[in-house]
Ligand binder design. Structure first.
Ligand code: SF4
Length: 271
């Protein structure tokens, strides 16, 4: 096949286009998989799973995290579009004052986007972007967790609790364990077709109330965070399987690597 075919054969043009799409997504997602592997090479409790399901986090801690590449092309395309949204938002957020962390994908493995607490059990949390501000000889950090969606019930939608818990865990480790100044955090949803944004502000060191804004208070969640982190740590230290949570959406369980173990209430075999 040649340039001549591209000129005279529209079908060949479309086949080439589809192949290019597949090559681009494969190359991009393979690079992301390498980063996930690099991030997951040590044993740690990760905020993405702890925010979603304590049991998944427990299983994940004990399994050798050889993240299985996602083969399904539809799933890969959905994820790819999520990353495209992040890259677009990075351009927008980069126009704001302050230093924006998280623009380069390697930063997803580095402080302050990725934070690491080394205690008896290592805990890590990763968010998408962190704005760093210098003010009166102090540094301030505002984390942002971004999600893009095509939800058809967009108007009624507020947030998914497991997304909120994910960013809350970043804030918890940053504030309570690393003593960083965290005025507030932002969970932001973008509707892909229209670029409309929805925000949840998690007020922490800054008080914030405003009609029509979705606001969560860090102090309200603090006891839950204390308890949740303490339960996962003691479960790991005692090798005891945590109770199966009742609030994990079915679609997440369906895609969970540990579904079979979990359905059997089976513990992992530790070495
Ligand atoms: S199957 Fe569901 S409840 Fe069980 S570990 Fe996975 S996400 Fe958690």
């Amino acid at each position: 096949m040649s340039i001549k075919d591209l000129i005279y054969d529209p079908e060949y043009f479309l086949e080439t286009l589809e192949q290019s799409c597949s090559d681009e997504i494969t190359q991009y997602m393979d690079a992301r998989t390498e980063e996930w592997k690099a991030r997951g090479k040590d044993k740690a409790i990760r905020s993405s799973s702890l925010g979603t399901c304590i049991r998944q986090s427990y299983y994940g801690y004990f399994s050798d995290r050889e993240s299985t590449p996602i083969e399904d092309m539809f799933a890969r395309k959905r994820m790819y579009m999520g990353f495209v949204n992040e890259e677009t938002q990075a351009k927008i957020l980069g126009r704001m004052d302050g230093h924006l962390h998280g623009v380069e994908s390697i930063e997803q493995n580095q402080f302050p986007v990725h934070i690491r607490v080394e205690e008896d059990v290592v805990c890590t949390a990763t968010t998408d972007f962190v704005h760093e501000y210098d003010y009166k000889d102090k540094k301030y950090y505002v984390p942002m967790e971004l999600k893009s969606t095509e939800l058809w019930k967009w108007n009624e939608f507020k947030y998914h609790p497991y997304h909120l818990k994910q960013i809350l865990l970043w804030m918890y480790y940053a504030k309570e364990k690393l003593n960083l100044n965290v005025p507030y955090g932002v969970l932001m949803y973008t509707k892909r077709s229209t670029m409309e944004n929805k925000y949840v502000i998690i007020s922490c060191d800054t008080r914030f109330e405003k009609m029509s804004r979705e606001v969560q208070k860090y102090d309200y969640w603090k006891p839950w965070l204390d308890n949740h982190v303490s339960v996962i740590k003691s479960s790991i230290n005692n090798n005891s399987l945590p109770e199966r949570p009742t609030d994990v959406p079915q679609y997440l369980c369906k895609g969970c690597t540990y579904l079979d173990l979990c359905n059997r209430n089976a513990n992992v075999e530790t070495k």
